[in-house]
Each structure stands twice: as C-alpha cells, then as structure tokens.
Design a protein around this ligand. Structure first.
Ligand SMILES: [Fe+2]
Length: 424
C-alpha cells in the first residue's frame, strides 16, 4: 500500500484524484492511518520539541502565536504571531502560545516525500507540526497548499467551506468581516479581489486522534482548540506550468550569453530604453523558437518531469540521502527489495537510436541505463521485492543471464542505494 492509499483508506486513491483533489475536503474518522502507523513508530509533541531543540536547526523559524480571545473571522483582528528559535518552541508552548514549526524528523520527511511522489506533485513540500495549548482559535483564511492534516493528540474543531472560494491561490489570505480577502504582504491583484465572501456556510468537523482531513488550496478554513491539540500538516504548493517550462528552457537558453544579462543603458527620459527594447525583441523571437522546439513526446521532457516528481526539494532530499542504506553482500538466495529511504521515479524512453533507455531518480542518485540493462532495471522496479537468483530472468534476453553476470549488476544497484536486503 502506498502512503496515499493508507491516508485515504477506505477512499480509493483513483477516486480521490478524480473527484476530490482540488475541489472538496475529505474527512476520515479514525480510519487506521494514525501518524504512528504511517511512521512505523510512536510520535508525540514531545518528539517534535526534542527534534527542534537538537543542534543544527537554528536556521529554522518556529512561529509562536498569541491569541486574544476568539478570532474566528475578520482579518483585522488577527492574532499576533512572532518567530522564535526552534529550541524555544517548548518554552513558548508552556507560556500558553500556539506553536507551528517545520517538522525535521527524518521519518516524517520520508513519509511526506513518498506522499508527494504518490500524488505526482512536482511542487514544494511542506510539513509542519501544529501545537495548540487550548482555548485558542485561528481566524478564517485560505492557503495555497494542497494539504493533509493528521490529528495526533487532542481534539481540534475545524470550520471548512464547502468548496474553494479561489482556485489555486498563490498565497495565504484572511477572510475579512466585510466579505473581502486580506493579503498581509501586499495589495491583491485583480483576480484576487473577491467580494461578498461569507464563511457562515462552513461545515464543522471535529478532528480526533487518528483522524485525517484533506483540505484543497483556496478552501476557507478556521480552527478552534478547546484543549491541547497536536497535529501534523503535510502540504504541497501547486507547481506552476511556467516554472516547469523554465526547467526545460533554462539549460537551453542560459547557454547563450545574451540570456544571462540585460543590456547596459544610461537613458533616463521615462521611456523603455532602445537597447532594452531591441534586446527583448530578439530574446522573444528566440523564446518562440525554443518553445516550438519542445518535444512533449521526446525523452527530455519526461526525464525533467520524473526528476521533479522524485525531488522533494533540496533540503528534504539531503535529509533523506543521509539515511541511504549501506550496500551489503548479495548472495543468490538474498531476498532483495527496492529501498524506500527516498521516493523513486523513472523515465522509460528510447534514446536517439531507438534503443530502450531508463533513467532512475532517487534522492541524490540518478542512474541512466541504455540497452538491455534498461529492461533489467525496469523489471527490478516492477518487482519491488525479489529473490536475487530470480533476477537472472529479468533481462529481455534468451537464455537467462548466468548468476556471474547478474551479481555485479545487482551489486551496483546496491551501491547506488536503490536495492537492499529486504527486511523480514
Ligand atoms: Fe491554514
């Protein structure tokens, strides 16, 4: 079962993606996918504090929030938030503040990275612990993230709008009493200027330990914690198609010096300088040609997309890579499995000569194999778990490869961290 299937159970993942994702919230009461069962170990708010207080996380910020009374609506009456150092999170909580901070637990990061891969999300991953002392409430607001809330300890009351009020917002905003959105950092763009918003038709949901709540981007939500509550929030920022196109175009365009600078100019007559205009005109025509040259059925676009799916962001990827399993000796009777220390994605594409080729991405490692070895490697990924000697028949050749030929290949995959002795 994938992380997504465990989280959604009993809703089938295909139904979720087709009917719910991005459109409706989904609440599962105690369906079995507790945080402990997902992580394979108990995890409480004490672990959250202990991990944050460990050395090495001083660069991270934890938001502590002070609440004056109940502030369910009205962006103007916002609670006051400030940042504390990770090591001060517990002190802030004991002083009666709500605390929201990045989770740094390797097990939790792995879980979130696998969920991201299960959903083929190519956007940024966020995972935060959210701790309320009780008696606090968070005002109605919208977020840009596609998010899964896992209630771990205590209860939390949620108020969620029946549908998103804004499709795929790019930033968070609070709902004002006058029915408009309040953006804390800057004025709204035209498409963000909504009016007549009303949070009174929100649905009330009480999350208890073991409950899961999915909230799509743009959904109005507010929370209230009567008593102490700890939840883990895994979210993904939707990726913009433009940023994906840049991954394709940047390596092509940036090879040219003209794409690495804007022209010098000393004009100051209030018009667009002639040099700038000419430079941009030339770049726009090159960009048109570069866009037309993108082959969506070719191997390169697929490789870039698969790599984006397997890469949960540099910080998370580095944390996952630190737990890469050590390669061990592989015997014919060894029971092997594709490792799960980091999600795997692969691109199956013919190379220029029409030969099959496979590219496998997992955390820091990238394996590119053409020819008959590609078929072998694809079979390894499909099997997931297998006896080493059975791999003799994995390559699409007759007769099956002798063990002497298979053993070094399996050893190489072990060195890469892609396969390891299966846990019994
Ligand atoms: Fe939120």
């Amino acid at each position: 079962m994938t992380v997504l299937e465990k989280l959604l159970h009993p809703t089938p993942a295909a139904n979720f993606v087709r009917d719910i994702q991005g459109r409706h919230f989904l609440h599962h009461r105690g369906a079995g996918a507790t945080l402990a069962s997902l992580l394979g170990e108990e995890y409480t708010h004490r672990d959250f504090f202990t991990e944050l207080a460990a050395p090495g996380y001083d660069g991270r910020a934890v938001t502590a929030t002070f609440f004056e009374g109940r502030v369910l609506r009205g962006g103007e009456g916002k609670p006051r938030s400030f940042e504390v150092k990770p090591g001060q999170a517990e002190t802030a909580f004991r002083a009666g503040l709500s605390v929201i901070g990045d989770m740094v637990s390797p097990a939790a990061l792995r879980l979130a990275a696998h969920l991201r891969r299960d959903l083929n999300h190519t956007g940024e991953l966020m995972i935060a612990g959210s701790l309320s002392p009780g008696g606090d409430a968070f005002h109605a607001h919208i977020d840009p993230v596609d998010s899964f809330k896992i209630q771990v300890e205590g209860r939390k009351r949620w108020f969620v709008s029946p549908a998103p009020i804004l499709d795929f917002p790019t930033r968070a905003a609070a709902l004002r009493d006058n029915g408009t959105l309040f953006f804390p950092a800057s004025e709204p763009d035209d498409w963000e200027r909504l009016q007549g918003l009303d949070a009174s038709n929100s649905v009330e949901i009480v999350l208890e330990p073991g409950d899961i709540l999915y909230v799509p981007p743009g959904m109005v939500h507010a929370t209230e914690a009567d008593g102490m509550s700890f939840s883990v929030d895994i979210g993904f920022l939707p990726a913009s198609p433009f940023s994906f196109l840049r991954k394709i175009l940047d390596p092509v365009l940036e090879a040219e010096p003209t794409w690495r600078h804007m022209p010098a100019s000393i004009a100051r007559d209030g018009r667009l300088p002639r040099e700038v205009r000419e430079h941009l005109a030339a770049r726009i025509s090159e960009l048109r040609a570069a866009l037309d040259a993108i082959d969506l059925d070719g191997p390169e676009v697929n490789r870039i997309w698969q790599r984006a799916v397997a890469n949960p962001g540099d910080k998370v990827r580095a944390a996952l890579a630190a737990n890469r399993p050590q390669a061990g000796g592989i015997q014919p009777e060894s029971e092997l499995a594709v490792t799960e220390y980091a999600p795997v994605a692969h691109a199956w594409t013919p190379d220029e000569s029409g030969e099959p080729a496979i590219d496998v991405y997992q955390a820091e490692s990238h394996l590119s194999v053409p020819g008959a070895g590609a078929g072998f490697l694809r079979r390894v990924l499909e099997e997931g778990r297998f006896r080493a000697s059975d791999a003799s028949s994995f390559a699409p050749v007759e007769p099956p490869l002798p063990w002497e030929d298979v053993a070094p290949y399996l050893a190489m995959l072990g060195e890469q961290g892609l396969i390891a002795e299966a846990r019994r």
